[in-house]
Structure formats: C-alpha cells, structure tokens
Design a protein around this ligand. Structure first.
Ligand code: ZN
Length: 200
C-alpha cells in the first residue's frame, strides 16, 4: 500500500487526489498527493486515508495544496457502507448532533462510535469537528462572507466557537486566512482550487 502511495505522491498522480494524504513529520503539515511543493523524503512521511485522520494526529493542512479543497474520494473499497453513509451524512448535516446522525443511520450512537473507531480510528465527533474546520477554511479562502456567516454555514454555533476550534486545529486564526486572501486578491482577482494539470 505504501509503495502505491509513494509512487502516486512522487508522480503527483491526480487520480489519487482525495484518496489519501501525505503528512510530513519534519514540518507537521499534511498535503494532497498533487501538492506542488518539493517531495519530502519517504522516511519523513506518514500516510492517511482521510484529512481528518491527519488532523487527529496533530498535522496541519498545507496552505499551498489546501487539503480542504481535495475531492471526497469514492475510492474507498472495503469500508463498511454504514461508515461511508455516516461520513456523508456528517458532511451534509454539519449542524446536527452525533445522536441525530446516528438516528438517521438507524443505529445507536454507541454503535456509531464503535464503527468509526474501528474503521477510521476516530470518533464521529472528531470527524465532524475536523470536517467543519476544513469546510470553514475552504469558505474563508473562497468567499467574502463575514466570519459569523462562515461559522453558521460550517455548523459552528457561534463565531467564537469557530475561532477557538479553527486556531486549535490549524494553528491559524480565520482572520489570518482572510487577510492572506485579501492580499492576494489585490494581485489576482480569480482564484481556483488547485487541480492538475493546472498550477498557479
Ligand atoms: Zn501541500
């Protein structure tokens, strides 16, 4: 498996985008396989199938390839379909409680936690929080909405909750992402999520 991942990252193979993430131990950053940054040495690399798993391990999303804009992979064969549906429902209903999502799935929240832990190594709650932070990050990069709106759209109860969790997970404040964007907006008015073969 790791040899496939290694091959994919060294060739920046776009077919693997969204199917796994590369975390770099020396920088504490994680990337998509298509990241245009210099390829790290294999001994410094750790692989994850989900961005959320890399985040749980303490890695921060790369600001260049932006793991928040990676496509959601359908390439996950062999993973329990309830886990798949659970991940999808969590993404589609960011404001809902874990209990409510479990009810939608027709299982108890205890079993929901067990399934996630067993297949993904993280709890539905952790998956949801990291997903919300990633989604908020994407909105901060791509929209001009006020922070309150972004908090609401990404399922946080308030701007304060967003700011607190965002800082904890990414090491940056939402303002830093917004200001970085504004600076770039003065130079270029069009920003697209990175998709090979296009570079920026
Ligand atoms: Zn990157």
């Amino acid at each position: 498996m790791n040899t496939d991942y290694q091959q994919a990252r060294l060739t920046r193979d776009p077919r693997f985008d969204g199917t796994f993430f590369i975390a770099v131990k020396t920088t504490n950053i994680f990337c998509r396989p298509i990241c245009p940054a210099n390829a790290p040495l294999e001994k410094n690399v750790e692989y994850f199938q989900l961005a959320q798993q890399a985040m749980l391990a303490g890695y921060r999303p790369c600001l260049r390839c932006r793991p928040d804009s990676a496509p959601h992979s359908c390439a996950w064969q062999g993973v329990n379909t309830t886990v798949h549906r659970g991940m999808r429902l969590l993404r589609q209903n960011r404001e809902l409680s874990i209990q409510a999502i479990a009810t939608k799935l027709g299982i108890t929240d205890r079993y929901f936690r067990q399934l996630f832990q067993q297949h993904l190594g993280l709890s539905p709650k952790q998956y949801q929080l990291f997903d919300k932070v990633l989604f908020a990050k994407q909105l901060l990069h791509e929209c001009h909405l006020p922070i309150e709106h972004i908090a609401h759209a990404s399922g946080f109860a308030s701007a304060r909750r967003l700011q607190h969790n965002f800082k904890k997970v990414t090491g940056l404040t939402p303002k830093q992402i917004k200001h970085g964007k504004n600076k770039q907006d003065e130079l270029i008015s069009l920003r697209l999520a990175f998709r090979p073969p296009f570079n920026w």
